[in-house]
Ligand binder design. Structure first.
Ligand code: ADP
Length: 261
């Protein structure tokens, strides 16, 4: 629809703006980081300003991590594309995800046999899954269930009428479903914008979904969200399948080292 198209253009514009700002800020932050490190080497630990400079250094590091997220969102980072079996990626993440969500939330999977392979940056896709699961967790403070599932799907012309961001062809669909608080229409409109959050300051940065959006866009995919207030939310991520051929290099299937919290 027209509204979705405008939304996509808006995201594009925000992305470009944020990317430009993040890039320049990153350079400045590198300066702050470097000079505080130099200063710290020149003074003794018991010097009254030592702790102050250390604090500046800590803030600079934190700011650098924010700008990194923004750069991811604005797709300024080069990707390292590899053919992967997303089912394997998910299976390899289960243990870590279970630790992340805690004991009062149960994590289930429905991974279809014969999932088409897809070409992705494995580290980035893990980030997508992790961000969606973290949001699902945060939506269920009283506990609940998260279902991660995969599917093969063929998109044809008729689909483009309801989803202008879609493209024709073979895609795989990753869905993350929760039984949490859900969202109203007003919230749904803004969730992919950087810094939009309904969480407490310090808990939410509002960057999780904008990073997800940027990564999925860069993979030539798109995202659909279905949410009902008080019932739960489903995020569906569509990624292009690559023409069927067996993946020879099992080693290249996953790289969990790519992310460290
Ligand atoms: P953050 O998690 O830091 O708030 P995000 O960009 O990941 O930033 O999410 C933006 C907002 O979208 C959240 O603050 C929340 O209001 C909403 N949201 C995202 N995922 C869900 C979900 N699974 N259930 C309910 N609300 C969600």
């Amino acid at each position: 629809t027209q509204e979705q198209l405008i939304q996509a253009q808006k995201m594009e514009a925000i992305g470009r703006l944020a990317g430009g700002v993040a890039h320049d800020f990153n350079n400045l932050l590198t300066g702050i980081q470097g000079f505080t490190e130099l200063s710290l080497m020149k003074i003794k630990e018991h010097d009254p300003v030592y702790q102050d400079i250390k604090e500046i250094h800590r803030c600079a590091l934190q700011a650098a991590s924010l700008t990194r997220q923004l750069l991811l969102f604005s797709r300024k980072q080069p990707m390292d594309m590899k053919p992967i079996d997303l089912n394997i990626t998910i299976q390899n993440m289960i243990k870590m995800l279970n630790r992340l969500i805690g004991e009062n939330i149960s994590l289930k999977t429905e991974l279809i046999d014969g999932l088409w392979p897809t070409e992705t940056d494995p580290g980035n896709i893990e980030q997508v899954i992790m961000n969606l699961v973290i949001n699902a967790r945060d939506a269920m403070p009283e506990g609940g269930e998260i279902l991660i599932s995969t599917q093969n799907i063929h998109i044809d012309e008729s689909y483009l009428k309801i989803q202008p961001e879609a493209r024709c062809g073979n895609f795989i669909c990753l869905s993350v479903k929760d039984t949490g608080i859900g969202m109203d229409q007003k919230t749904l409109k803004h969730i992919f914008e950087p810094f939009f959050t309904t969480k407490e300051p310090g808990i939410g940065t509002g960057l999780g979904l904008s990073v997800v959006y940027g990564i999925v866009k860069q993979h030539q995919g798109w995202i659909e969200v279905e949410s009902f207030k008080g019932q739960g939310t489903t995020f569906r991520v569509y990624l292009p399948a690559i023409p069927l051929k067996p993946i020879k290099d099992k080693e290249s299937l996953v790289s969990l080292e790519a992310f460290k919290g």
